[in-house]
Design a protein around this ligand. Structure first.
Ligand SMILES: NC(=O)c1ccc[n+]([C@@H]2O[C@H](COP(=O)([O-])OP(=O)(O)OC[C@H]3O[C@@H](n4cnc5c(N)ncnc54)[C@H](OP(=O)(O)O)[C@@H]3O)[C@@H](O)[C@H]2O)c1
Length: 235
């Protein structure tokens, strides 16, 4: 049974990826920072899923968890940062710095900590964001964080071969990532986006999770950034 580690699997895209993979018979471990949310997520998943408390922003926490888990075939890094959004004129650069800390560095630290345990014919899939190329007002900082990860992907694919390295760049997805907005503001934001997205709707986590799984299962793809955004980034 192939083993998949999902860093950031207690909610949203990571959670649905864990659900679909466990249904396909993979042995899945999910990471999250909080005991209550982790236990609730594991309870909703099937018996092939284990949970581990890890703070991916803390290298010691990651190192300990990786050595306890041992061999990994596929790593999915769905950690979110949630900081660094806003128009440049008002953008708090300390907030942007935190965004890099909690997403860019946390994702890289997770990948680097996992390397000694990765099967050489396995894969690492980063979750980035279409903000790296959508040019939407107020997302220059978020775009920089995600673009920085994406820039590394092809180089890592060459350095770490035959381990495959890819990224999935979602558009707007209905997950708790948006919980910084009130429910009313969230609904309004989603319906405004739906009007501009060529496919006419925002994404469900499954739309993204199925692409993550395609990258795990297609053993001839590496170094790629796959946009799953309903056409949001088309000019
Ligand atoms: N939703 C969107 O519209 C959207 C759009 C573009 C890109 N993305 C990207 O897609 C990825 C998944 O996002 P999502 O929407 O599924 O977000 P989400 O529902 O907020 O899930 C984020 C997951 O990351 C975990 N996490 C965050 N920081 C962590 C840390 N330091 N250590 C361990 N776990 C941590 C959270 O667990 P705990 O909080 O329980 O620790 C949770 O399981 C993110 O990289 C996000 O930036 C999302």
């Amino acid at each position: 049974m192939k083993r998949v580690l999902i860093a950031g699997g207690t909610s949203g895209i990571g959670f649905v990826t864990a659900k679909l993979l466990s249904q396909k018979g993979y042995d899945v471990t999910i990471f999250g920072r909080h005991r209550d949310t982790l236990d609730r997520a594991v309870q909703k998943l099937d018996h092939h899923v284990q949970g581990k408390i890890v703070n991916a922003a803390d290298p010691a926490s990651l190192k300990k968890a990786m050595s306890e888990i041992g061999a990994i075939d596929h790593l999915v890094i769905a950690l979110s940062g949630g900081k660094g959004i806003g128009k440049f004129s008002d953008l708090d650069l300390q907030d942007l710095r935190k965004g890099f800390e909690f997403k860019f560095f946390a994702q890289l630290q997770t990948a680097q900590s996992a390397l000694p345990f990765m099967s050489s014919n396995g894969s690492i899939t980063f979750l980035t964001s279409i903000s790296s190329r959508s040019k939407a007002i107020g997302t220059a900082g978020l775009g920089a964080i995600n673009g920085a990860i994406e820039i590394m992907v092809p180089t890592l694919a060459k350095e770490l071969k035959p381990l495959r390295i890819n990224a999935v760049a979602p558009g707007v997805v209905n997950t708790s990532w948006w919980d910084f907005l009130t429910p009313e503001k969230k609904e309004e934001t989603f319906s405004q986006y739906a009007k501009t997205i060529p496919l006419g709707r925002i994404a469900a986590p499954d739309d993204i999770a199925t692409m993550v799984i395609a990258l795990i299962e297609n053993s001839y793809i590496t170094g790629q950034i796959i946009a799953v955004d309903g056409g949001l980034s088309l000019d």
